[in-house]
Write a protein that binds this ligand. Structure first.
Ligand SMILES: Cc1cc2nc3c(=O)[nH]c(=O)nc-3n(C[C@H](O)[C@H](O)[C@H](O)COP(=O)(O)OP(=O)(O)OC[C@H]3O[C@@H](n4cnc5c(N)ncnc54)[C@H](O)[C@@H]3O)c2cc1C
Length: 486
């Protein structure tokens, strides 16, 4: 556990103050959460109540009805989970930009210690860095992102293979420490009836209308109302249902069907993982066969993709995505906070090949608006964009094609990266994540190799086309379903 904890300031713990504060920003769940476990440990050790602040800002970049609804559904689940426990959950939703300023500091003034979520993306690390010196009490952040603690190694891995080799050597030791599955069950802790009026008067607790994400409530907020909510529900409860559905109906064929856009063959849990409604640890336990234990893992097998976990092939394939590929992005994001999103941080060969082809004729160039509305000449690309616009999620196979074509139809790689970032951040429930950047930068060859002999515009970047994709997998129904421009 200690490998997952970092102190962000050198202020002391104040054992006599009123409560322990857990400032929940990224692991928005009441179970399987190392940060919550740490906060509970402090509260028990100090004999103080635990206050969990779960806030939602309106001034976040890309705040919209879609993102707010998903987060509020998660807050409602957490409010219900904490309601039956001694923990004081404090959901707070900003009603105008800047209204929430000062809330964390105000709560921290009465706190023995503040615990936060160590999540390496979007504006969270900047927010933590700015907050740390302002807090009059120790501020710790805890990593509950994945199976591998991000700060266990300073090394940055440039390929999935080298990361797999490392995981196969080091992960068994980490699997011995799991977050508590049900930390609130049987919990005994001093309780806090209510927060002082000077806090709740200025920063009122979110009411029922907010926690229901009622359209009448959303309409009052200064957020983007042109990106509507989607059918996919937020919150830990829906995420667990979805995970069980995946394990029962799709996992056994995952390795064969995960590339098929017309099939419900993948977990669709990336939004739940992004907002922390579900933990990797919990999902990991759900997909493992009964009776599996880490001592099965044995020795490293040189970074091979299959065979290390000693579980059936589809589960091996799933864990390679969930653990190797997902946590590879967290490795880069946590160790290179200043440039992991940067075009210039791509491998030198990739930058060189794009530069060499910068002035190649580009028969198709589209504006951001044409991309956004799905107005290109390519029906499959337009359908992929249609699914992203209407469902807030789209299929990995199409994401790869989608990104490659944005590169081909943009004046430069740099501009293509900006477009991918904008579209994912605005429409995708799982956007603004370390994985969003590894996906978009993979399109431009991060974690990839050169593919000879080279072709116009792409040089030696891996090429993809809609015609090739449509030869490999069925897309007829997909085109019909999502092909209408926005
Ligand atoms: C251009 C591009 C943009 C992308 N943007 C995002 C994004 O914004 N957010 C995001 O979470 N993923 C992104 N990905 C990665 C991947 O496409 C999604 O994670 C996956 O499609 C989510 O669907 P799923 O949950 O059904 O995945 P499953 O196949 O069920 O996989 C389970 C989990 O493993 C992880 N995973 C799966 N595929 C990958 C991958 N290729 N790289 C890293 N982790 C992976 C995800 O957390 C996923 O939820 C992007 C990929 C590309 C090529």
């Amino acid at each position: 556990m200690l490998r997952r904890v970092r102190e962000l300031n050198d202020a002391p713990v104040h054992p006599r103050r009123a409560w322990v504060l857990y400032w929940m920003t990224s692991f928005r769940r009441a179970r399987s959460n190392f940060a919550l476990d740490r906060a509970l440990w402090h509260a028990k050790t100090l004999g103080r109540p635990l206050v969990v602040l779960e806030a939602l800002r309106v001034a976040s970049p890309h705040a919209s009805d879609r993102l707010h609804t998903f987060v509020l559904q998660g807050m409602a689940d957490n409010a219900a989970a904490f309601a039956d426990s001694p923990v004081h959950h404090y959901p707070y939703v900003e009603r105008e930009a800047g209204e929430g300023a000062g809330l964390v500091e105000a709560l921290a003034r009465d706190a023995c210690v503040v615990v936060g979520d160590d999540w390496p993306g979007f504006f969270i690390p900047r927010l933590h860095r700015a907050m740390a010196p302002r807090l009059p009490v120790r501020f710790e952040v805890v990593d509950s992102n994945g199976l591998f603690p991000m700060h266990d190694t300073p090394r940055v891995f440039s390929t999935a293979h080298s990361f797999r080799v490392h995981l196969q050597k080091t992960l068994p030791a980490h699997l011995a420490t799991q977050p508590l599955e049900a930390p609130l069950r049987g919990l005994s802790l001093p309780t806090l009836e209510k927060l002082p009026r000077r806090l709740t008067g200025r920063w009122p607790r979110a009411g029922d209308e907010a926690l229901r994400a009622a359209p009448s409530f959303l309409a009052t907020l200064p957020i983007d109302h042109s990106v509507p909510p989607v059918a996919l529900r937020g919150g830990s409860s829906a995420a667990r249902d979805r995970a069980r559905h995946f394990v029962t109906h799709a996992l056994s064929a995952y390795h064969e069907r995960r590339d098929e856009p017309e099939v419900d063959g993948t977990s669709r849990l990336s939004p739940a993982l992004h907002f922390g409604h579900l933990s990797t640890h919990e999902l990991f336990q759900l997909v493992l066969p009964a009776g599996w234990a880490p001592d099965r893992l044995g020795r490293s097998i040189g970074g091979a993709r299959q065979g290390w976990w000693q579980v059936p092939a589809p589960t091996e394939a799933f864990l390679d995505q969930l653990v190797t590929w997902r946590e590879l992005s967290f490795n880069m994001a946590s160790h290179r906070p200043d440039d992991f999103t940067s075009f210039d941080a791509l491998p030198p060969w990739a930058l060189a090949t794009m530069k060499a082809h910068q002035h190649d004729a580009r028969p198709h160039l589209y504006t951001r608006e044409e991309f956004e509305r799905g107005l290109t000449h390519d029906p499959l690309w337009n359908a992929a964009m249609g699914q992203l616009r209407s469902e807030g999620w789209f299929h990995n196979h199409l994401r790869m094609l989608w990104g490659k074509k944005i590169y081909e139809w943009s004046p430069s790689g740099r501009e293509a990266l900006r477009t991918m970032d904008f579209l994912m951040s605005r429409y995708a429930l799982d956007g603004r994540d370390p994985v969003s950047w590894s996906g978009a930068l993979w399109v431009l060859a991060r974690y990839d190799r050169a593919w000879g002999p080279g072709r116009p515009i792409f040089g030696t970047l891996r090429f993809m086309s809609s015609a090739n994709l449509a030869r490999k997998v069925r897309v007829k129904d997909y085109l019909q379903r999502f092909g209408t421009p926005g």
